[in-house]
Design a protein around this ligand. Structure first.
Ligand code: NAP
Length: 307
């Protein structure tokens, strides 16, 4: 089978995916680097463990209206693991049989694991973010001051991860106040003692601590013409800046932060480590995240990283 092709619901109905199939499902999905990352890691696993000889990871474009039917078919065809991306992460909640407590709090699943009775749901985005912050910026979430920009799905996962990791202080800003309130309501149900404050994106709090990390979880920056979501000049010099966006590799937020000599990183590490965690859930094996990073860089035509 061809793991570079983008498959459809029709393919799922008519094609035999032999061995142990895994897949990412989204709409659109054509530019996803997940198949390259996961198949690179599976190739590494195969070098030392013959259990993975017939494992393969595919890409499926499934429209929201077909998602329920597709999920039932993936299960019937014994796809052991699925990654869900936009727009399926929330819709799946009503269609799975079990959900991990952190995914429940985040209100979204990005990883499904096959079980005889249905799929169990997990969310590895928060884990991916926390690994990315540690590896790229040397910031453990525990005891960190965090400014989180956004209140969509990715921001929810980040905010819950901040609470679960006992960060010191969480400041959350979003364009639409109602959505910010929804996020605060979600956090109210998460155990943890992190004090949380809100702010308007165009008005960063004046009394920020000397150091901390900004995490951009808005989609502002996906277009190269997008401005930075906040006034970077108002960040104290001890702050670091992480943008979940990795394509383009340097958003206006990162450009302006870098011009002020603030340490920066983009979301490629989050992408890689959420994927690595998913693969660990499916394989119960230690996964080579460096191989996944190299494959992602190759797919995105970026220079290889040597951390
Ligand atoms: P989402 O649910 O659609 O949320 C989008 C967020 O961006 C909302 O907070 C929205 O604010 C804000 N936003 C959109 N346009 C804006 C603008 N012009 N000005 C200010 N804020 C604006 O999307 P998501 O799934 O959370 O994803 C958010 C970003 O994270 C995307 O760029 C995505 O690519 C990235 N991401 C990266 C990874 C990774 O592995 N690196 C994983 C997940 C997501 P409103 O509420 O006001 O609309």
């Amino acid at each position: 089978m061809n793991t570079e092709k983008t498959y459809t619901l029709r393919d799922l109905e008519t094609t035999e995916f032999s061995g142990t199939p895994l897949a990412v499902i989204g709409h659109p999905i054509q530019h996803s680097v997940s198949p390259a990352m996961h198949n690179a890691a599976l190739a590494k696993l195969r070098e030392t463990d013959s259990r993975f000889i017939d494992w393969a990871y595919y890409r499926f474009d499934i429209a929201p209206e077909d998602f329920a039917q597709a999920l039932a078919l993936f299960h019937k065809r014994c796809f052991l693991g699925l990654n869900l991306t936009i727009p399926h992460k929330v819709q799946a909640l009503d269609l799975i049989q079990g959900i991990s407590p952190d995914a429940q709090s985040m209100g979204a699943v990005n990883t499904l694991v096959w079980d005889e009775l249905g799929y169990d749901g997990f969310n590895t985005d928060g884990y991916g973010l926390s690994r990315g912050l540690e590896l790229d910026l040397g910031v453990p979430l525990k005891d960190a001051n965090v400014i989180l920009l956004g209140s969509g799905g990715a921001a929810r996962a980040a905010a819950v991860q901040c609470m679960l990791s006992d960060c010191a202080q969480l400041y959350v800003g979003n364009r639409t106040p109602e959505r910010l309130q929804d996020l605060l309501a979600v956090l109210g149900g998460v155990s943890g003692s992190t004090p949380t404050r809100t702010f308007a994106l165009n008005n960063l709090p004046q009394d920020l601590p000397e150091c901390g990390v900004v995490v951009n979880a808005t989609s502002l920056g996906l277009q190269t013409s997008d401005p930075a979501p906040i006034d970077v000049a108002r960040l104290p010099v001890g702050w670091k800046v992480y943008d979940m966006i990795y394509n383009p590799t340097k958003t206006a937020l990162l450009e302006q932060s870098s011009a002020r000599a603030l340490p920066i990183a983009n979301g490629l590490s989050m992408l890689v480590h959420q994927g690595a965690r998913s693969l660990e859930l499916w394989t119960h094996s230690k996964v080579d995240a460096d191989a996944m990073m190299n494959a992602a860089c190759h797919s995105l035509k970026l220079p290889l990283r040597h951390d």
